[in-house]
Design a protein around this ligand. Structure first.
Ligand code: C2O
Ligand code: CU
Ligand code: CU
Length: 462
């Protein structure tokens, strides 16, 4: 049964209200009638979804559904959300890309106690940056994310933007034709690029057709919410502009360039919808071939579309500019223990296969933490040299801060702001940021199996 969409009062601004129906479902109010105390209630619970034609799949869902409710908040405003854990295991919610208060970051032990079954937690934070973000648990992630606990978080610009918004939420599933699960992780894959899904979905459907108003300026918000896959999104027969990467606006926007989106990464594309009756396929470019993900179909607009001669750029976010001349340099090397066998004698996966600066996250006692990878001084600028000393790609993600990607020895980079950088094999790249958000912040690979087998650490800012 599909729950009906309820628009949050005051948020149905401009063209943004014309979202695809299936991505706008809102959290339902709590039974105790205190819904006015929260903007949203998200309940972690088991559910069912039809993801393949051959059968229904069990999922772990926010409000038992997939796609999860899309959370919307205005830039600079507070989001108050009650999380009820109705699973039979602990969970949390992490707000990927948001520069929030450390206590709201949703990382068990590092920033909050895990939310036990039957318990609730109130997330309450301000979103300083506008853009395309997402949310997911940060515990038992292969299973919780792999079975559906991923959702879209949109932070609206202070001033409404004249774009018709289309959410393209990408996630693969490890399913057989009858809807039952294949093993979510295969050890030998975990030690390479990660275990790939067998079924691609966009907003929970295979190859959906998304209607868009002809002639309208479109903002495609593409989100890679998969555990593993690198998508290379490309449009057929249309040349979009790149409006934003990983939530951060490219101001002014840039011409389209094929940009691999590793797990956790996002890209906003702008284009004018073609005349009614025309379709624009969205492909995942795999080598010479494009695998269709979904298509946009232009239909006669229901409301007059603004006449635009050029697509407007998005306003920049208030990110502090690092002082490169005075920045301290940090070094992070991502390695693997190639000599070790990936599975132990007991057949269990080795939890310390991948390393950051010669250390693996490992399986720590539930209440103890390893030492931080680096201790940073609040307010200082830092340059981090990242060296991927492995023959695999790693989307490296930092919590709580937005960094500037400066350079790479493998490609030309026009600096841009981001929360995740996809390191190619053997690549060396430089990022920089101002350490202006105090707390303990995770720094990890977003290939979930890599993070679970060692490629995770944290920095402190005090
Ligand atoms: Cu998407 Cu540790 O985050
Ligand atoms: Cu994150
Ligand atoms: Cu990785």
């Amino acid at each position: 049964m599909k729950r009906r969409s309820i628009l949050k009062q005051g948020l149905g601004i401009g063209l943004a209200s014309a979202l695809p129906r299936f991505s706008l479902a809102m959290a339902r109010p709590p039974e105790d009638g205190n819904s006015l105390d929260y903007d949203y209630v998200l309940r972690a619970e088991k559910g069912r979804a039809q993801l393949v034609d051959g059968g229904i799949s069990d999922i772990l869902g926010f409000n038992g559904q997939f796609p999860a409710p899309t959370i919307r908040v205005r830039q600079g405003e507070r989001l108050r959300l009650r999380f009820d854990n109705h699973l039979d295991e602990a969970s949390t919610i992490h707000w990927h890309g948001i520069r929030l208060d450390n206590a709201m970051d949703g990382v068990p032990v590092l920033s909050q106690a895990p939310v036990a079954p039957g318990e609730s937690f109130i997330y309450d934070f301000v979103c300083p940056d506008a853009g395309t973000f997402w949310y997911h648990p940060h515990i038992n992630s292969i299973r919780q994310l792999g079975m559906g606990m991923v959702g879209v978080l949109i932070v609206e610009e202070r001033e409404p933007q004249p774009y018709h918004e289309v959410i393209v939420g990408l996630k693969d599933w490890r399913l057989r034709a009858d809807g039952s699960y294949l093993p979510l992780s295969i050890p030998r894959e975990a030690f390479r690029d990660g275990t790939l899904g067998t079924v691609n979905t966009v907003n929970g459907q295979q190859r959906p057709v998304i209607e868009v108003p002809a002639g309208a300026p479109l903002r495609l918000r593409l989100l890679n919410m998969d555990n593993t896959r690198v998508y290379r999104p490309k449009l057929g027969g249309a040349t979009p502009r790149m409006l934003a990467l990983d939530g951060s606006p490219l101001t002014p926007h840039r011409p389209f360039a094929l940009t691999p989106l590793g797990a956790g990464m996002r890209m906003d594309l702008g284009l004018i919808a073609p005349p009614a009756g025309t379709e624009v396929p969205v492909y995942d470019q795999q080598g010479r071939f494009g695998v269709e993900l979904c298509r946009l179909r232009s239909v006669p607009p229901g409301q007059p579309t603004p006449a635009l001669t050029a697509l407007p750029s998005l306003p920049a976010n208030p990110i502090a500019k690092p002082d490169l001349a005075r920045a301290e340099t940090l070094r992070f090397v991502f390695e693997w223990q190639g000599a070790l066998s990936p599975t132990g004698h007991d057949g269990q996966a080795d939890h310390s296969f991948w390393l950051i600066n010669r250390r693996a996250w490992g399986e720590h006692g539930k209440q103890s933490l390893p030492a931080p990878l680096a201790e940073l001084q609040r307010g200082r600028s830092y340059i981090a040299e990242l060296h991927n000393a492995t023959p695999h790609q790693h989307p490296i993600h930092l919590h709580g801060l937005i960094f500037t990607v400066l350079s790479s020895d493998k490609r030309d980079i026009t600096p841009y702001e981001s929360d995740t950088i996809l390191l190619e094999k053997n690549e060396r790249a430089r990022i920089a940021f101002v350490a202006d958000n105090p707390g303990r912040w995770m720094f990890h690979c977003h290939v979930i199996e890599h993070m679970k087998t060692g490629l995770m650490g944290y920095i402190t800012i005090a």
